[in-house]
Design a protein around this ligand. Structure first.
Ligand SMILES: O=C(O)CCC(=O)C(=O)O
Ligand SMILES: [Fe+2]
Length: 365
């Protein structure tokens, strides 16, 4: 590991093989970007990106059609197909006010453009409380290559989840109210999509939504900041992973071409224009649907010339909820019932991994 004595650093904690808690210091990536510095521990050996094969389509799902009796059936078929092929989709006509989306982009940039000391003094780092605050993704070991990312994580639900924690920046002053307004609108869309996804695979409309409750459901908000990187060929913005969520709701700004999805063992760039929103299927919906819907394996690559930000909302049942595979009386259950929080803990123990390894925890043999 490079000498970090004169660099601003984040701390990351992990438990070593002997069960001892270790803390490692990782330079702030925004600072590295300013000095064009790529420390050795940021070097990965990323699998190659492939061009999207001809005749492959990443269709957008039109929420207006899902809301319309005549358009719904064919849009549901499309939803099922897109989810089977990609595990993620762009949404159009979602009804979110574009000003609400633009405000989110503005406050996110506003926060990350502050000097390090200011960011650090207004927001804490809580590695044991869902990795909230300003810092990094969790580490698993000291020799694991680290990702080219700085991040900020909060919880917008349930109510009171961040009481006593310093995780909402007070600069920009409207940061929290802007994010909360966005989350409220996004939650309505996600509830609609949970019903549409159930219908798309011909199960009861409330099959997935039954686990969610306006008071107790959990919404993690993660802001990812990927500054320009001197060697995109040697680095990762986020290593391959699936999301610990039922649905993830994604916004990006600054630049496109960062998000990639693994399809037929090849990494493809998601054709995602900056002004659209993306919905990604997480591990919990794979379990709830008994594998008929699959979470996507995705990663983020770095870029040499642009700052890129993304805002991910991870929508989940309450931490203590038990979720299990849909019973349709016909199919064999391939997944077990799991407690949301136990799955999450297991996930952090085994990730990052090149495959969806955590899913084995929920699979029947
Ligand atoms: O930056 C992105 O586009 C995706 C971020 C992501 O995969 C995550 O936060 O889990
Ligand atoms: Fe993700």
């Amino acid at each position: 590991m490079e000498n970090t004595s004169n660099m601003n650093c984040h701390e990351s904690k992990f438990t070593d093989q002997n069960g001892n808690e270790q803390t490692i210091k990782i330079p702030v990536v925004q600072d590295l970007a300013r000095f064009n510095n790529l420390p050795r521990n940021f070097i990965h050996n990323p699998a190659q990106t492939h061009p999207i094969p001809p005749n492959t389509s990443f269709h957008a799902i039109d929420m207006a059609k899902l809301r319309d009796n005549t358009g719904r059936v064919s849009e549901l078929e499309k939803l099922a197909r897109v989810c089977r092929e990609w595990g993620m989709f762009i949404i159009e006509n979602h009804g979110l006010d574009p000003r609400v989306v633009e405000d989110v982009k503005r406050v996110v940039k506003g926060f990350f453009e502050l000097p390090f000391e200011e960011k650090k003094s207004s927001v804490g780092t809580y590695m044991n409380a869902d990795n909230m605050g300003y810092g990094r993704l969790l580490a698993r070991s000291a020799d694991q290559p680290v990702d080219w990312i700085d991040r900020l994580t909060m919880k917008a639900a349930p109510k009171g989840a961040t009481d006593g924690l310093n995780v909402w920046p007070n600069n920009p002053s409207n940061f929290r109210s802007v994010i909360e307004r966005y989350v409220k609108a996004a939650r309505e869309v996600m509830d609609e999509l949970l019903q549409a996804l159930a219908e798309a695979i011909s199960v009861d409309r409330r099959e997935f939504l039954q686990y969610f409750d306006p008071e107790t459901s959990d919404i993690n908000v993660r802001v990812n900041c990927y500054p320009p990187c001197p060697r995109p060929d040697l680095t990762m913005g986020i290593s391959p992973h699936s999301d610990i969520s039922t649905l993830s709701f994604l916004m990006q700004c600054g630049s496109s071409n960062g998000l990639q999805v693994c399809k037929n063992n090849q990494w493809l760039t998601v054709p995602w224009p900056c002004n659209k929103l993306v919905v990604n299927l997480g591990d919990f919906i794979e379990i709830m649907s008994n594998g008929r819907l699959k979470s996507s394996l995705h990663r983020v690559v770095t870029q040499s010339d642009k700052d890129r930000y993304s805002v991910a909302l991870f929508y989940n049942p309450p931490a203590q909820a038990e979720i299990g595979p849909v019973k349709d009386g016909e199919s064999i259950e391939e997944y077990k019932t799991v407690v949301v929080d136990e799955y999450r803990k297991h996930f952090h123990k085994v990730s990052p991994s090149a495959t969806k390894e955590a899913m084995m925890f929920a699979k029947k043999n």
